[in-house]
Design a protein around this ligand. Structure first.
Ligand code: X2X
Length: 378
């Protein structure tokens, strides 16, 4: 028997061709894996594909015991509930994320450094100067006019402007009509304000208005303002009842003038890019939370100031009983001397502050000013 020579079988040395084939195969396999990953990723429901942040930071200028702060807390709770715990909004009160610099809130949300805000239009006006429309003295003077503006063409235009600057507006809430308080005297005529040192907020329009009235206005962040009241560094200030009550203004100021000279709405808004990346169901849930919290918060701020409308909303829709159902009576009981202006007195203030319109209507935009007048039927 002859056997053919059986020697050890060595793999033949790789030829150039086999190396090229191997490389091609590796490339093809990698491509297949990549395609499969992309297809699977796209096919997954958004909630599984999305990874949400542990915490979405929300800036709020005041504390949790203000009506405004209570609205912010409610918003956070409702977001959690309506998103099934997927989105956790944490309110940072007292502009803590901004070290008290309340006017920086819109810039930080637009950049995405802060996710969202429950904020005043005054504090948002450095980025959206058109929001000064609410701070024009003696322009919007009733809740009815305010509602016509917010839910009319003016409100729509303001929301569009926010989107252009990287902020997604969700709902109108409220701080309220701002009233004057001071420790010196009853104020019912412009002359009464002569030389009075008044802490004002935010926009330079406030400085211009009080200078026009002969007062000595000082611009201060809210955090510093509270210390300034306590130490008597200023004689007066202006804020709505939702701020006057929790800050116990009667401890520092005996006099209040209820003149509804301008209004301070709040807007709940989110960083636009982040908002647009949320899946549809999450956006819907957050939007509903914003609407519901805004309705609750507005009613807190208007309670006892709009007949029984807001008190009824709170009771019937939210099963909520106001601790202070009549803010004016409450302040009076605390020893505040509250002054309401007669029509003539109001007119005197209106006439005295008219010159600021000349400077400020061009800054706000004549077009928006005319839109606001049309919304109010003026
Ligand atoms: O600073 C204020 O006066 C306050 C609390 O009302 C605002 O943030 C606009």
């Amino acid at each position: 028997m002859t056997f053919g020579a059986i020697g050890p079988v060595y793999p033949s040395p790789p030829t150039e061709r086999s190396v090229t084939m191997l490389k091609t195969r590796i490339r093809q396999t990698a491509l297949c894996v990549a395609v499969v990953l992309v297809v699977v990723g796209l096919a997954l429901p958004p909630a599984m594909a999305e990874s949400y942040k542990k915490e979405y930071k929300m800036t709020v200028n005041v504390g949790p015991n203000f009506y405004w702060g209570m609205g912010a807390t409610k918003f956070a709770e409702l977001v959690k509930e309506k998103t099934g715990g997927k989105i956790n909004v944490k309110p940072y009160f007292g502009s803590a994320l901004l070290k008290g610099a309340q006017l920086k809130s819109p810039q930080m949300v637009a950049k995405g450094v802060i996710d969202c805000a429950y904020e005043s239009t005054i504090n948002t006006s450095p980025v959206i100067p058109e929001m000064n429309i609410f701070s024009l003295p003696f322009f919007i003077n009733t809740f009815e006019n305010l509602d016509k503006i917010e839910y009319g063409e003016t409100g729509r235009k303001i929301f569009d402007l926010m989107k252009k600057k990287g902020m997604m507006p969700l709902a109108w809430a409220e701080n309220g009509f701002r009233q004057l308080t001071n420790s010196v005297k009853k104020v019912s005529r412009p002359e009464d304000l002569k030389g009075m040192k008044v802490r004002v907020v935010g926009s330079p329009l406030f400085i211009d208005t009080f200078r026009q009235l002969g007062a000595d206005p000082v611009n201060m962040n809210w955090g510093d303002a509270q210390t300034a009241f306590q130490q008597g560094v200023v004689d007066g200030q202006e804020n709505p009842v939702g701020v006057l009550i929790p800050v116990q203004i009667w401890q520092y100021h005996q006099y209040a003038t209820f003149w509804n000279y301008l209004v301070d709405p709040l807007i709940i808004y989110w960083n636009l890019r982040e908002w647009e990346a949320f899946p549809e169901d999450i956006r819907k849930a957050i939007q509903e939370a914003a609407d519901e919290s805004a309705r609750f918060e507005k009613a807190l701020c208007r309670a006892g100031l709009d007949g029984d409308t807001s008190l009824k909303i709170l009771k019937e829709e939210f099963d909520y009983e106001m601790e202070v159902p009549n803010p004016v009576e409450f302040l009076e009981k605390k020893g505040t001397k509250v002054t309401f202006l007669t029509e003539e007195e109001r007119q005197a203030f209106e006439d005295a502050t008219r010159p600021v319109y000349e400077d400020w209507i061009p800054k706000i935009g004549k077009d928006l000013y005319e839109t606001a007048k049309a919304d109010m039927g003026k």
